[in-house]
Design a protein around this ligand. Structure first.
Ligand SMILES: [Ca+2]
Ligand SMILES: [Ca+2]
Length: 97
């Protein structure tokens, strides 16, 4: 995203809107930068702004499903599932008993 911000004569500021996407993934808080460059009729002050995006999705639930019976001597596979996709890697320990 890029553009030119114009502060009209007689004013001291303007705004730059940056849209963010509402996804359905559980995520950490994200940050991004908006940098100013090449001012005309002004000198450079603080030229980098930091945008912060807070996640609004809940943490998913991890579950295990029980496989159908297999004849002894054959492998069996358990499936581990999440209730929703996540933007973060999910790990869970397992142990047999
Ligand atoms: Ca969301
Ligand atoms: Ca999210």
């Amino acid at each position: 995203m890029y553009g030119t911000a114009t502060i009209a004569a007689g004013l001291t500021g303007t705004t730059v809107d940056v849209s963010t996407m509402d996804d359905s993934w559980d995520e950490d808080t994200e940050t991004f930068l908006l940098r100013l460059s090449n001012p005309v009729n002004a000198t450079s002050g603080t030229m980098t702004g930091i945008g912060t995006i807070s996640d609004n999705d809940g943490i998913p639930t991890v579950s295990i499903t029980s496989p159908t019976a297999v004849v002894e001597g054959n492998p069996t596979t358990f499936v581990v599932t999440l209730s929703a996709v996540s933007g973060l890697p999910v790990t869970v320990n397992y142990t047999s008993s």
